[in-house]
Design a binder for this molecule. Structure first.
Ligand code: SF4
Length: 292
């Protein structure tokens, strides 16, 4: 065999090795990216009413540093009714992989109950409204329903299992003053505490002697005010999960990962304490109406 034939054979062998090597590397990295680099949506078990949707979302936040704050569920139902529907929730922005349970409103129940749902398609979209980026996850209607009904991990379990950096119960970036009663501005004196010992507000407390069980720093002064019952207490959108309300009255307020809720069967007879929590709320989203 001539030397040139041997050299050609070696060259061909090396070229084949190089091509195969590159293909294997590309396959390995592609597979790695496909399975571990892609954003992943996990449907979780909701612990609340049917309006709620619990999910986890993992993505490479170093590669894509966005703030995710929106979830949409879209129905495409050409053979049923309605033919299209969408529910949406905007939650506190997340900068790293997270799990939340959010209120999608009664539209979610309507969407899942659509006629001919078995032929429908569902798209779950996770988005960043600030950064204009979104990810869509498409699936058949029955598969979506199955994932929702058979989900076994709750948000807390998912966070624990995946060691996510949760902001649950995080402290607010500002100091919340411990206060019991917030006064209106007194002309010429600025804001003052509306407490019984403040002469500017003494008339407010005149004649009231009913003691209360109000806790916290304002307990002593609150005892001078007449307690009342409330007929309704609720949280408006905008809670920053600072935990102040739950610290004041945990029988009534429960702070979750992304909002605060009123506990079922919460006692409504200690209006002063509910008012105290409402006034301590730094974003003023606690509302209540007095019982007549
Ligand atoms: S409702 Fe207000 S006080 Fe309660 S956790 Fe939310 S922001 Fe804080």
């Amino acid at each position: 065999m001539s030397t040139s034939l041997i050299a050609m054979g070696v060259a061909i062998f090396m070229v084949i090795n190089l091509v195969v090597g590159l293909a294997v590397l590309s396959l390995l990295f592609g597979t790695f990216e496909t399975f571990f680099g892609k954003p992943k949506l996990s449907i979780l078990r909701s612990t609340k009413s049917g309006n709620y949707f619990a999910f986890g979302f993992k993505w490479n936040s170093a590669k894509e540093p966005v703030s995710i704050d929106t979830i949409r569920i879209r129905l495409f139902n050409p053979f049923g009714s309605p033919t299209q529907a969408e529910v949406i929730n905007k939650f506190e922005a997340k900068k790293n992989s997270f799990a939340v349970e959010v209120d999608m409103g009664p539209g979610l129940i309507d969407l899942l109950g659509a006629k001919n749902f078995e032929f429908a398609n569902i798209q779950v979209e996770v988005a960043s409204s600030k950064d204009g980026l979104s990810w869509q996850f498409d699936m058949k209607g029955p598969k979506f329903k199955k994932l929702v009904s058979e989900a076994h991990l709750t948000v807390d379990q998912f966070i624990g299992d995946h060691k996510l950096d949760t902001v649950k119960k995080s402290k607010p970036p500002i100091d919340i003053p411990i206060r019991s009663f917030i006064a209106d501005t007194v002309p010429g004196k600025g804001p003052q505490l509306a407490i019984a010992t403040n002469p500017a507000f003494a008339s407010l407390f005149a004649g009231s002697a009913a003691p209360t069980t109000t806790g916290g720093a304002g307990g002593a002064t609150a005892a001078a005010a007449e307690n009342f019952a409330v007929s309704k207490v609720w949280i408006e959108p905008g809670c920053i999960v600072c935990n102040a309300c739950e610290d004041i009255y945990k029988d009534v307020f429960e702070v979750l990962a992304d909002t605060c809720i009123i506990r079922p069967n919460a006692p409504l007879d200690d209006g002063l304490r509910i008012q105290e929590a409402a006034e301590a709320c730094p974003v003023e989203v606690i509302k209540f109406t007095k019982a007549s």
